[in-house]
Design a protein around this ligand. Structure first.
Ligand code: HXC
Length: 258
């Protein structure tokens, strides 16, 4: 039997997904994305899972879209299959939080896949970049849109136009990653963060993610109203009662995730 292109393990309420094309530095092709999509769909729908961690290996999170697969395509080939649409595009619609745990290269589509996650924890070995311009193309999986939102226009233009890579320290300084940790602690830190998230009340986790994402897709006025209405809605949950009662009674909450 062929090795899966994405391996899955469950740790408590956390699903750990590992990109598994090490010989090609986890280059992304349609088959890998289909496997990733199927696993995310499964765990997103699983009430026993509260958070997902997506990682690669120590050399690469992913070195981009598979150049070998793309090299002979013409305009008709990419446009007729709506390359980077379909399941690629749908990856951003999952509701459970997804943490990218990045070591080594996160380039091109790999950087874009990491940015599509809810936040990035980087190993000190991580290298981020959008080198597509060296191949005569441009980022096509969100790089020209998400990178400027994450790091600002100046740095995004610099990275996309020069194709230079940025190290973990620069990535943290510019807001692309939430924290940098020693490479040998990466998985432990990411799983710890995911375990904390998955111990929270699931309805509030889902709403927090939706509200933060709304900040990038609406006016402040609309975003504030969206936040306030969702905040009101959480008072209909058992977990709000439990969370607030537990605080008053000076004990740990026991969330039912509903
Ligand atoms: C296919 C890739 C690949 C990729 C690496 N490999 N990146 N195969 N697509 N994107 C393969 C190599 O061909 C090689 O296979 C093996 O992985 C190891 O890579 P090396 O180059 O030998 O390793 P190294 O010398 O350490 O250099 C690492 C690297 C370099 C700096 C990351 O591999 C590199 O520049 N890769 C391409 C990065 C890139 O341009 N990404 C953007 C892709 S376009 P063999 O068989 O020779 O051992 C893109 C479009 C975005 O992402 C839009 C859609 C997602």
């Amino acid at each position: 039997m062929n090795e899966p292109l994405v391996k899955a393990e469950v740790h408590g309420r956390v699903a750990l997904l590992t990109l598994n094309r090490p010989k090609a530095l986890n280059a992304l092709n349609n088959e890998l994305i289909a496997e990733l999509y199927a696993l995310l769909k499964k765990y997103d729908a699983d009430n026993e899972i509260g958070c997902i961690v997506l990682t690669g290996n120590e050399k690469a999170f992913a070195a981009g879209a598979d150049i070998g697969a793309m090299k002979d395509w013409n305009y008709h080939d990419v446009s007729s299959q709506d390359y980077l649409g379909g399941q690629w595009e749908e990856l951003r619609r999952f509701r459970k939080p997804i943490i990218a745990a990045v070591a080594g290269y996160a380039l091109g589509g790999g950087c874009e896949l990491a940015m599509l996650c809810d936040f990035i924890i980087a190993a000190d070995s991580a290298r981020f970049g959008q080198p597509e311009i060296k191949l005569g193309v441009i980022p096509g999986f969100g790089g020209t849109q998400r990178l400027p939102r994450a790091v600002g226009k100046a740095k995004a233009m610099d990275l996309i136009l020069t194709a230079r890579m940025m190290n973990a320290e620069e990535a943290e300084r510019s807001g692309l990653v939430s924290r940098v940790v020693p490479a040998d602690k990466l998985l432990e830190e990411a799983l710890d963060a995911a375990t904390v998230i998955s111990s929270m009340s699931l309805p509030s986790v889902l709403m927090a993610k939706e509200c933060v994402n709304r900040a990038f897709e609406s006016s402040l006025e609309e975003g504030l109203l969206f936040e306030r209405r969702n905040f009101h809605g959480l008072f209909a949950t058992d977990d709000q009662k439990e969370g607030m009662r537990a605080f008053v009674e000076k004990r740990k909450p026991e969330f039912k995730h509903r």
